[in-house]
Design a protein around this ligand. Structure first.
Ligand code: SF4
Length: 356
């Protein structure tokens, strides 16, 4: 099945999956018993794929993230809906999208890898791509993400052109925020994108470990629709059709080959802002990649995901975050902090009364 408003040229299309009958489906990440005994990585992600946002959103409030995982996700707000619409519109400005029926988890990963190859091709031919899938390992945990945009740009005073990674955020106010107001979660998200992108560009791709972690059969041929699409639209497959079977083992070879032509991204990262009401461009803010900062955050986050420590809520100075939190009424951390404060107040009153 193909979604089309106009007749798209398939070679200029990214893929999106429609789920068919799963013959070897992944059910391990669904509801899991004995929740307390398992690490959050095992409990909520089936010990397989963590997302870049699984690391970055811990910077806002770990308890909020933990509650959202237990609840099976966050409530979709108006802002989130508007953000998704703007992202979709931006992506469709660049290319069409073809829907493909997937029957196996290998098909689903085949689509991700095809979209990555498609994005890298766009980088090499038009120096810009949107919604680029990337992945890698962080302290042994597999992480996957989709970069909003990578574009070749001239940064600073040098004459050098660099791959600049950017993320698009929507805003309710029609002007740019102050530079100091870029939230740490946004910075960590972009820094982790850069880290993963650069590792791939440097050839750090352990395909065997990826297939093992995700329990994928790299030699299983893709289902017909995807296999045919790849054979027609992916040069390496139509040129060497006989020895190049459409499966994950061969598709990742093409990914590795494409990354061989790409180099590391700029140390300057971009946050591009759009006005939520009408999608209008509000401009961009830039900040510098900080290796120590991201490493410290990843080390701390990994301990949470591996279950080596409990999540933490916000410190008292950031209690304003609780005001709009959907979990505030029953949040253990918040209720404990309120109790602590009341005890302190009582103790203070007793001391003051004792003095008088
Ligand atoms: S109420 Fe506050 S501490 Fe609790 S989850 Fe929400 S933001 Fe975090």
């Amino acid at each position: 099945m193909i979604d089309k408003k106009k007749d798209p040229d398939p070679s200029k299309c990214k893929l999106v999956k429609i789920q068919g009958v799963q013959t070897n489906s992944d059910v391990s990440s669904s509801v899991i018993n004995n929740q307390e005994e398992k690490s959050p990585y095992a409990q909520f992600r089936g010990s397989k794929t963590l997302f870049v946002t699984d690391f970055s959103s811990l910077a806002w409030c770990e308890f909020q993230q933990h509650y959202a995982l237990i609840a099976g996700g966050r409530k979709e707000t108006q802002a989130m809906k508007a953000g998704t619409e703007i992202h979709n519109e931006l992506e469709l400005q660049d290319h069409d999208i073809v829907s493909i029926l997937t029957n196996t988890k290998e098909d689903s990963w085949g689509i991700k890898l095809y979209n990555l190859i498609f994005g890298l091709d766009s980088l090499l031919t038009s120096f810009k791509t949107r919604e680029l899938p990337i992945f890698g390992f962080v302290s042994g945990l597999f992480v996957y993400g989709i970069i909003d945009q990578v574009e070749m740009k001239q940064m600073g005073d040098t004459f050098e052109y660099e791959w600049v990674i950017s993320d698009t955020k929507t805003r309710m106010k029609p002007f740019l925020p102050n530079q100091t107001n870029i939230p740490p979660s946004v910075k960590y998200q972009l820094m982790l994108y850069k880290k993963l992108f650069d590792e791939l560009a440097e050839g750090v791709i352990d395909d065997i470990k990826i297939f093992q972690t995700l329990q994928l059969n790299p030699d299983l041929e893709f289902s017909n629709e995807l296999a045919n699409f790849i054979k027609i639209n992916c040069e390496d497959f139509n040129e060497k059709e006989k020895e190049f079977k459409p499966n994950l083992r061969n598709l990742i070879k093409v990914v590795i080959n494409h990354f061989g032509k790409i180099w590391k991204s700029s140390n300057i990262l971009e946050v591009s802002y759009k006005f939520q009401k009408d999608g209008r461009d509000l401009g961009s803010l830039y900040f510098e990649y900080d290796e120590n900062q991201i490493e410290n955050h990843l080390t701390k986050s990994t301990k949470y995901w591996k279950g080596d420590r409990k999540p933490e809520g916000v410190p008292i100075e950031e209690a304003w975050k609780c005001r709009n939190c959907e979990f505030a009424d029953n949040c253990e951390w918040r209720l404990d902090k309120i109790k602590e404060l009341e005890q302190k107040k009582r103790a203070l009153i007793e001391i003051t009364n004792g003095r008088t």
